[in-house]
Ligand binder design. Structure first.
Ligand code: PMT
Length: 222
């Protein structure tokens, strides 16, 4: 068996949450720890790939031998991924990117006032969708974290984002999804086939994903 199936392949992997500022001391974010994306980056590097890891703010250490670019906002992640996209063979979007950001960011700390506070949000750019529109030879892998109708939404994401594979997190399963050391995922492929994997460590999930990518790259070169 080939120990380095991804030798010479260039991968972009995104990980972690984004932070969308409301003022100098406050931001909106989510519970992503970066563990899933970092495990994929490590497994990919071990498989011989040249890895660029675009990471939101997390408290874990990047794996060795990986080129790590730290970003904060969805906009910064978009810029870094797009800059590196042309020369990439595979992009894996395991980051939990904010869909909305505050429409205004205050330069000064917002002071409290009586009554309720209303904050307007605007949409961020959809990185995966943009890549889907621009892609040529690249293999595009998205994640889906849903609390309901995972199959329906995953199938829709394959279509609307022009992705080759969607990795659905079964986040209602105890020990799966955000923050945990384990995950339970389902692979949704373009050809309609589906593979549901058991709850296992994020490292094991990462290895399963590397095998899947190896298969996709072989198919492509046939
Ligand atoms: O970091 P951990 O604590 O280990 O947790 C891992 C995880 C649960 C965050 C990860 O496995 C995961 O599922 N990441 C994607 C979560 C998510 O935000 O899914 P989504 O359904 O909102 O987005 C779907 C896809 O579009 C994702 O690949 C996302 O990266 C991408 N996206 C979303 C919004 C946006 N503006 N641009 C994007 O590219």
């Amino acid at each position: 068996k080939n120990a380095q199936p991804l030798r010479g392949k260039k991968l972009i992997i995104t990980a972690g949450p984004t932070r969308e500022k409301i003022d100098p001391v406050r931001f909106f974010t989510n519970h992503s720890s970066g563990k899933m994306g970092y495990a994929i980056a490590k497994a990919a590097a071990e498989a011989g790939a040249e890895v660029t890891l675009v990471s939101g703010p997390v408290s874990i250490t990047p794996p060795q031998g990986v080129h790590t670019i730290k970003v904060e906002t969805a906009e910064e992640m978009y810029e870094q991924v797009l800059t590196n996209f042309e020369h990439a063979d595979v992009v894996i979007k395991s980051a939990a990117v904010a869909d909305y950001r505050p429409a205004q960011t205050s330069d000064q700390k917002m002071k409290k006032k009586d009554g309720t506070l209303t904050i307007d949000f605007e949409r961020t750019k959809d990185i995966l969708k943009t890549l889907g529109q621009k892609k040529k030879h690249q293999i595009l892998i998205g994640f889906a974290a849903e609390t309901e109708m995972l199959e329906t939404y995953a199938a829709r994401k394959l279509e609307t984002k022009n992705a080759d594979l969607i990795v659905g997190n079964n986040i209602l399963i105890e020990g799966a999804g955000f923050g945990t050391d384990t995950n339970a995922v389902t692979f949704f492929r373009k050809d309609g086939t589906v593979t549901e994997l058991p709850l296992q460590s994020k490292e094991q999930v990462a290895h399963e994903l590397i095998s899947e990518i190896d298969r996709l790259l072989r198919e492509r070169s046939l």
